[in-house]
Ligand binder design. Structure first.
Ligand SMILES: *[C@@H]1O[C@H](CO)[C@@H](O)[C@H](O)[C@H]1NC(C)=O
Ligand SMILES: *[C@@H]1O[C@H](CO)[C@@H](O)[C@H](O)[C@H]1NC(C)=O
Ligand SMILES: *[C@@H]1O[C@H](CO)[C@@H](O)[C@H](O)[C@H]1NC(C)=O
Ligand SMILES: *[C@@H]1O[C@H](CO)[C@@H](O)[C@H](O)[C@H]1NC(C)=O
Ligand SMILES: *[C@@H]1O[C@H](CO)[C@@H](O)[C@H](O)[C@H]1NC(C)=O
Length: 568
């Protein structure tokens, strides 16, 4: 009897737990109320930015052009044909921006290195730009002198244009070695001081927007294949760089190398419908899993292989448009991230939607789903960015169950605004940050291993194909003013409070933050309102100075002539 029972028990175990990994609970409803509490001690607070969006100085001091320089210089690619030729002038304002970081009292700053600034053609054997190395070296040193930890991304989208033109950029497998040379140079030059490395920031956008839809540089529309191929090479590159670090630098430098993946959350519109759950999971797998699954489990997600494979066959293609990894590659790739960087901004409701497969092949239709949003979700800025904080907790729990509870740093999270007239009292950003950071705190209580948070971003900056029309910054920049002055928004004050309290200690305190933040912004608003006047005064001064100078010369000349004539 016991024997039979035991067999039955074992059978039941096998049936219930087909694998050892924890399963994500789709049905569990954990949209609770606001949670008051603090983060674990040692939790890292920071802000981020990226090279192309902020530095400017696009052709200064030996920097080579990137695909974004080439892309923005073509007409019709970016909102109002704007470029980041000068952007926030971050290249010249490192000291000023570090003051802003000190003002925010952040523990870390996430920045990216521009590959063509330190290797103008992208190829180490051809040229290394010492001035570029000097610039990042000085930036890193200044951060450390101010006790701010630099978290450095090696790639935030600005591929050297030469590599794109000559070889097809991320479409060409040989880019792996060029990038690995670049990464190794960065480890060699900065790795004694930089301990947190990100190989790629949001590779999903690089692949999908750069090589599939063409909305981003290099602007190629290689429908159905381009994104998969680019992603395949990016994953292999990431792996190679991780192994280089592990092999050559880790024992001496003792740092970490990870990747930063950006993904929305996909919520089944009806959690009791298996079809909706599967569609929502496909949404997450086609965004996050595309990169995370190979890195944590050695291969693309099964659903991606199935769906892209089946669609390719239906479209008469001999092999799947999703490339495959060999057995050796799988084991080489698996486990190559010391931490997982997560960028997260928004959520979608998802439903199953079969799309006709005779359709042109595209990444977008491969997943057979449709995305919906709740019109009640606030969407103050970018048209894709709806605020639904609870999605973040689910995404983080999904990561915990899928990839064995990895060490996570939130590398990007924030909200934009679109208002054309200047508005420093950004209460919507305060609401967004409060809600999203609170969901991270709940996720930590669920057991998710999040060790740091990076708000996106420090400054208003060049927002890719949207130009300067969407503003993600804690600091407002008047881009029309050639001095690019920075003005704090109300959210600066609020984020400072979250940082110094290490969370949300109690209702009374947290409520007082809001009013204080709002008080500071009305003062700054007045300063900013006076700014056009100041700018005009500068202009006037310039004209007056020039005029007076010219007059002086004329008068001197006349006097001289007069004196000379009198002498003769
Ligand atoms: C989850 O619970 C909240 C509060 O109890 C409720 O308002 C919401 O509709 C529920 N959501 C789902 C998806 O069941
Ligand atoms: C951008 O450039 C294109 C091509 O020269 C031109 O047609 C368009 O009007 C420009 N847009 C703006 C806003 O200047
Ligand atoms: C970078 O800074 C470090 C620390 O100050 C210094 O030792 C090193 O020589 C610098 N390297 C370059 C290329 O300037
Ligand atoms: C890929 O790059 C190599 C150089 O590294 C080049 O020889 C080759 O022609 C490129 N392939 C394509 C298809 O552009
Ligand atoms: C990483 O480097 C260590 C020390 O050299 C080595 O023992 C280990 O096998 C390496 N890990 C991988 C996955 O290659």
């Amino acid at each position: 009897m016991t024997y039979v029972l035991r067999i039955w028990y074992m059978l039941a175990l096998v049936l219930v737990c087909p694998n050892t990994a924890e399963d994500f609970q789709w049905i569990k409803n954990n949209t609770g109320s606001f949670y008051y509490g603090t983060f674990p001690t040692g939790f890292l607070w920071g802000v981020g930015s990226s090279a192309y969006q902020t530095e400017g100085a696009w052709d200064k001091d030996g920097k080579g052009p990137s695909i974004w320089d080439a892309f923005t210089h073509k007409k019709g690619k970016v909102f109002r044909n704007e470029t980041a030729d000068s952007a926030c002038d971050g290249y010249y304002k490192v000291k000023d921006d570090i003051q802003l970081l000190k003002e925010l009292k952040v523990n870390h700053y996430l920045l990216s290195i521009s590959w063509p600034r330190i290797m103008p053609t992208g190829i180490k054997a051809e040229q290394v730009n010492e001035k570029g190395i000097q610039f990042y070296n000085d930036t890193i040193n200044s951060l450390l002198e101010n006790s701010i930890i630099p978290i450095v991304s090696l790639y935030h989208w600005d591929l050297p244009q030469v590599l794109e033109e000559r070889y097809g950029g991320w479409q060409n497998i040989s880019i792996i070695n060029y990038f690995n040379d670049y990464a190794n140079l960065c480890f060699e030059k900065f790795g004694d001081r930089v301990k947190h490395w990100i190989t790629f920031s949001n590779p999903w956008a690089v692949a999908e927007k750069g090589y599939e839809t063409g909305e981003h540089a290099p602007g190629l529309k290689l429908g159905g294949c381009g994104a998969y191929k680019a992603a395949h090479h990016i994953i292999k590159t990431h792996t190679k760089v991780w192994h280089s670090y592990n092999h050559t630098w880790r024992s001496e430098q003792q740092g970490m190398v990870g990747i930063s993946l950006t993904s929305g959350w996909g919520q089944p519109i009806d959690v009791h419908s298996q079809t909706d759950i599967e569609a929502a999971e496909r949404y997450v797998q086609f965004h996050l899993g595309w990169f995370a699954n190979p890195i944590y489990k050695g291969d693309y997600p099964e659903v991606m292989k199935n769906y892209v494979g089946r669609k390719s066959a239906q479209q008469g293609q001999g092999t799947s448009r999703l490339p495959t990894f060999s057995v050796q590659e799988k084991s080489y790739i698996k486990g190559t991230s010391d931490f997982l960087g997560i960028g997260h901004f928004t959520t979608r409701y998802v439903i199953q939607k079969s799309l006709p497969s005779l359709h042109v092949s595209s990444y977008d239709t491969d997943s057979d789903l449709a995305e919906l949003v709740d019109p009640k979700w606030p969407a103050p800025g970018s048209e894709w960015l709806y605020s639904a904080p609870w999605g973040f907790r689910r995404l983080l729990n999904f990561i915990k169950t899928q990839y064995g509870n990895p060490l996570i740093y939130v590398t990007e999270n924030g909200v934009s605004e679109k208002v054309q007239c200047t508005q420093l009292c950004d209460e919507w950003r305060i609401e967004y940050l409060k809600g999203y950071i609170n969901e991270i705190l709940k996720a930590i209580n669920d057991g998710v291993n999040v060790k740091g948070y990076t708000a996106w971003s420090l400054l208003d900056k060049f927002e890719w194909n949207k130009g300067f029309s969407e503003r993600f910054g804690f600091y407002h920049i008047d881009f029309k003013n050639k001095n690019k002055p920075r003005y704090p928004k109300a959210s600066v004050e609020y984020y400072k409070k979250i940082i110094s309290a290490n969370g949300f200690p109690n209702p009374r305190e947290v409520e007082s933050w809001y009013q204080k933040a709002m008080d500071t912004c009305s003062i700054t608003n007045q300063l900013l309102a006076a700014d056009p006047l100041i700018t005009r005064m500068e202009m006037v001064t310039e004209i007056v100075v020039a005029t007076v100078f010219t007059l002086c010369i004329l008068i001197s000349a006349v006097l001289l002539m007069f004196v000379l004539r009198n002498h003769s």
